[in-house]
Ligand binder design. Structure first.
Ligand SMILES: C[S@@+](CC[C@H](N)C(=O)[O-])C[C@H]1O[C@@H](n2cnc3c(N)ncnc32)[C@H](O)[C@@H]1O
Length: 156
């Protein structure tokens, strides 16, 4: 989800993932991703509207990845419902977000609420630093070291 220029797709492809489908709202990003030949199919669509999520994408995927789309100006909490819609039972949603966005954009509440309601179960979480080479407390332009969370949830 939010396949962008295909960074995640390329990383999955070299690890031998059999069939990779990308979704993104930006035609420009998709054009760049296509040149990497890492996706078997790329779908140009806006995520974030679970009520009209296409039937052909439901209960279809073993794994969903969403890297750097839970972010400012990108996806809201609605995309978690779309992850649930997309996955087969027993499939995994693997997604990242900056730790500071968890509460700012209500992601934490939405993720935990879906677990409380029995839609999925957390199997792993980890924290890493982005822009980790920048000395703590300093900035280079608008960049500074930020904490990023990565989660893996299994659809029940
Ligand atoms: C930082 S990039 C993600 C990078 C990507 N995961 C990769 O592996 O290259 C964020 C992407 O989210 C996409 N995006 C933002 N809002 C979206 C939406 N509502 N529906 C689909 N894609 C969206 C943007 O077009 C952009 O390509």
């Amino acid at each position: 989800m939010g396949c962008g220029t295909g960074m995640v797709g390329a990383a999955l492809k070299v690890r031998g993932v059999a069939e990779i489908i990308g979704i993104d709202a930006s035609a420009g990003m998709i054009e760049i991703a296509k040149q990497k030949h890492c996706y078997d199919q790329i779908i140009h669509m806006y995520l974030g509207k679970p009520a009209v999520y296409p039937p052909k994408l439901r209960n279809r995927f073993d794994i969903i990845t969403a890297a750097a789309i839970l972010a400012e100006g990108h996806l809201g909490v609605e995309v978690f419902d779309e992850m649930i819609h997309s996955l087969k039972r027993g499939g995994y949603a693997i997604f990242t977000t900056r730790e500071m966005y968890l509460d700012k954009y209500n992601y934490r509440h939405a993720i935990e609420e879906l677990e409380r309601r029995g839609f999925w179960k957390k199997v792993k979480e980890a924290k890493f630093q982005k822009y980790q080479n920048i000395e703590k407390g300093t900035k280079i332009g608008r960049y500074e070291t930020v904490d990023v969370m990565i989660y893996a949830y299994k659809k029940l």
